[in-house]
Every structure is written in C-alpha cells, then in structure tokens.
Design a protein around this ligand. Structure first.
Ligand SMILES: *Cc1c(COP(=O)(O)O)cnc(C)c1O
Length: 450
C-alpha cells in the first residue's frame, strides 16, 4: 500500500485560491482603531506593500503565484501527503487517515508559505527591511528564512520570556541572518515606555506587535509583516490545500473530514479552503473541523463581534470570534494557539455553519501526539497535535460505527524545538487549565463600542 503521495516541482500550484468571491455573504470591513470607520488602503500603506493591501480585498478567485515565489517554494514544496497506515492499524479503525506534512519546510512549519510571498511583494515595492513580532519563534524563524532568501533585512521583536527560555528558535533566526531583540526593548518608544515603568517586564505578543509596527511606521525602508489572521496570509496558505487535492486524487480518495488546529486560522484555512470551494459550489460536502485549546477557546466560547487584533489597541478592529483583546491565556505549550481572536474569514464560515470547532485540554492532546510519534514517527508540534487528537477521535468514532470515513488533517509543524513540553508530559507534570470563564467575562466587558 502507498504510504506517501508526492508531486514534482512542476506541480506546485500556479495560483492561490481566494475564497472571498465564494463566501455565502460578504466580509465586514476592518475598522480604523480610533475613528471606527472602514480602513482605507492609505491607512495601511505605511506598514504594508500595495500588492498585499490589494490581495486583502481582492475578489478574484485565483491569484497568480509569482515565478520567484514558486522558485523558493521548490526548496520544500510540494510537501508530502502521507497515509497514516500505522496509526490506522494501532487504532483498529476502518477509517483511512491522511496527513499533509508542512513541517517539511526548513523552519519546520507552514508559516514560510506566506513569509516568502510577503518578502517578495515587499522587495518588489522597494522595501529593504521587514519587522515582526514572535512568541515562541515559529513565525519569526519563517520570516527570517524568507528574508534571507529574498535578500531583505529582518528584525524580530521576540517576547522576552521566550527569548530567555527558548534560545533555539532565536539562534535559528540569527543563523538565517535576522536581528533578534528581546521585547520590550530599548529600540522603540513603545518598548522604552514599558521598561521605564516595569524594567523586568516579561513582555507579551501585544507589546512586541506595538514595537514592530512602530519600527515599520517610522522608517521609509521598512514594512511590517504578520504571520496569520489576515486575508492575504490565508490566501498564501491555500497552496497547501491545492497540492493536497491533487495528492488525494493520486490516493484515489476524497476527504469526508478535513481537520486543522487553529491559532489565528492560517493552516486550517490553507488546507481546507480549496475543499470548502467544493462545498460552497455543491460539488462535495466535506466536514471541516477547527481544533483549539480549552485554555483559549476562541470559536467555541468567544463572541462574534468587532475587536482589536492586539492588546495595545493599535491594529484595526476586525469582525471575529474573540475572547477579548486583553484576554491572556494560560501558558499552555501550544504557544501558537494562544491568540484571543481568529481570522475574519474563518469566523464568517464558522458563523455560517460551514466550519465546526472543538476544544481540547493539553493532556489528551499530548497523549495523541505520543500515539502519533510512536506509530507514524514524526514528533508533532504541540499545536499540530490538537489536529491529531481530533483525527484520532474521528477515527475511533468510525471504528464504533463501522464507517469507512476518509479523514485528512494538517500536520502544520514538527515538535523538535518543543521537547521540553514533551519532557513535562512524560513526567506527568502537564496541567490541564480549566476554561477560564470569569477571566473571559472580564475581558469581554472591555470590548470596544462600535
Ligand atoms: C503558528 C502555528 C500554528 C497556528 O497558527 P495558524 O495561523 O492558526 O495556523 C499552528 N501550527 C504551527 C506548527 C504553527 O507554527
């Protein structure tokens, strides 16, 4: 039996799929953070290139992938699609389980799919330098990698707590030539003002975003880059699902269930949107499932409304499911899933009933991660392990009902920089944080008035 389905370099898709023209209803526009009117392209031009601002609102169904981007994609794309034969055997399920392995990329996740595209469009518009924030370092390392290959400078504001506790991702970014500083830093007004009131601040993603945006807005040669949530990021990630459709054809199967973990929504959207196209055009009816942590259950417990993208209230207001912009989730190991909101595109589809969602505690997630590592070999990122948990549960349901379901999930990254999380799990020291109902109610009481 075939265990993996590979495509050649020539089969890298030539266009990304834009779901906007196929939506069941129009997206509501982002609003200016102070004036609360729809954002104009000029509001964004200080920190984003025009090509990406246009992609954000484009109504073209397919958008060409530039040749230079496809050339760099070839370093790791097409990524393999695996049939999880050993996992199926272990679970004694009649289900057929497939996973698309995005940890195949040099930085080890799906994130370079958009980092490369963003670096390309910025360079084309004469930008010399990109800034960004990073928590655990997955996005920072993807952007460092992309900037090095596109010959741009890269400056990463890394949340100080991670900078000190997780040196390997920082070293990876530096190996790819990026400049990394612990945030809050002395390099920006935002950083200095926090340090003057709290010299020992451990930092946060919200603070790091403020620093990276300020740096980009105050220098002509510099733009800012975001790794998830925005429409253009989800667009670039559809290269995953477009390849996967061809690979599922090679396998002679079509998924009944498509699963992805969700932090901001980019890897879930990347895999599922090309399949949702079939659902929206009534050619097929796959079930799409977003998997989130119980410690940050944005879709399953949040509210659908306008909220800020960051703690400091600097970003435009986005219509999304949110737990409140000042909600700070418990320190679970899946750092990439600790975001208070989700991509507006995913939220609209969820609200319309086209995407479902489930939430899990981290112990069952790590249990699934080890079952996967001990059958399929790859040690998954804690984020991706959420998708594995849901895939395993669907496979067990199929065993109980005797149905031959076809289950597809996105293995968004490997976990080789997350071994200390595995160490805690193996030592029985991992905490399952209850859903923080009161904290959420508190942060939801601070939602902006529209
Ligand atoms: C960043 C990250 C995520 C979460 O981000 P999305 O935008 O929801 O995909 C998930 N998995 C991995 C491996 C990541 O690095």
């Amino acid at each position: 039996m075939e265990r993996k389905f590979m495509l050649s370099d020539k089969e890298i898709p030539e266009a990304w799929y834009n779901i906007i023209p196929d939506l069941p209803k129009p997206l509501e526009p982002p609003l200016h953070p102070v004036e609360k009117r729809p954002v104009k392209p000029d509001d964004l031009a200080a920190i984003f290139p025009m090509a990406l601002i246009q992609q954000e609102v484009s109504s073209e169904r397919y958008i060409e992938i530039p040749a230079e981007v496809r050339e760099i994609y070839k370093l790791y794309r097409p990524t393999p699609l695996f049939r999880a034969i050993s996992l199926e055997k272990h679970l004694q399920t009649p289900a057929r389980i497939y996973y698309k392995y995005e940890g195949w990329s040099p930085p080890g996740s799906h994130k370079p799919n958009t980092a490369i595209a963003q670096a390309y469009y910025n360079k084309k518009e004469g930008i010399k330098r990109l800034t960004t924030e990073t928590g655990a370092g997955q996005w920072g390392s993807a952007l460092a990698f992309a900037c090095q290959l596109m010959k741009l400078e890269c400056k990463v504001y890394m949340v100080k707590a991670s900078y000190n506790q997780k040196p390997y991702r920082r070293i990876m970014m530096e190996a790819w030539g990026a400049k990394v500083v612990a945030s809050p830093s002395e390099d920006t007004q935002a950083g200095r003002s926090i340090l003057s009131s709290d010299p020992n601040s451990p930092g946060s993603l919200g603070i790091a975003i403020s620093e990276a945006v300020e740096d980009a807005a105050t220098r002509d040669d510099t733009n800012y880059s975001l790794g998830s949530v925005l429409n253009h990021v989800l667009l670039h990630q559809t290269v995953i699902g477009l390849e996967c459709k061809k690979q599922m054809e090679l396998a002679g199967d079509y998924p009944d269930i498509v699963i992805g973990c969700i932090g901001g929504g980019s890897n879930l959207a990347g895999l599922s949107f090309p399949f949702l196209h079939d659902k929206l055009t009534k050619k097929a009816n796959p079930k799409v499932v977003a998997v989130e942590p119980m410690a940050c259950p944005t879709l399953t417990k949040g509210v659908y409304t306008y909220d800020f993208g960051d703690t400091a209230k600097l970003t435009p207001l986005l219509k999304m499911y949110t737990l409140g912009h000042d909600f700070i989730p418990a320190p679970i190991h899946a750092g990439g899933l600790r975001y208070h909101g989700d991509a507006p595109l995913v939220c609209l589809l969820y609200d319309e009933g086209l995407i479902e969602a489930v939430a899990y505690h981290q112990n069952p997630v790590f249990e699934a991660a080890l079952i996967f590592a001990r059958t399929e070999g790859i040690i998954p990122a804690p984020e991706s392990a959420h998708a594995i948990r849901a895939a395993i549960d669907e496979a067990i349901k199929a065993r109980e009902s005797g149905e031959q379901k076809v289950i597809l999930f996105n293995l968004s990254g490997h976990g080789y920089f997350d071994l200390s999380a595995y160490e805690s799990y193996l030592a029985g020291k991992l905490e399952d944080y209850e859903y923080p109902k009161e904290k959420v109610e508190e942060s939801l009481s601070h939602l902006p008035m529209i």
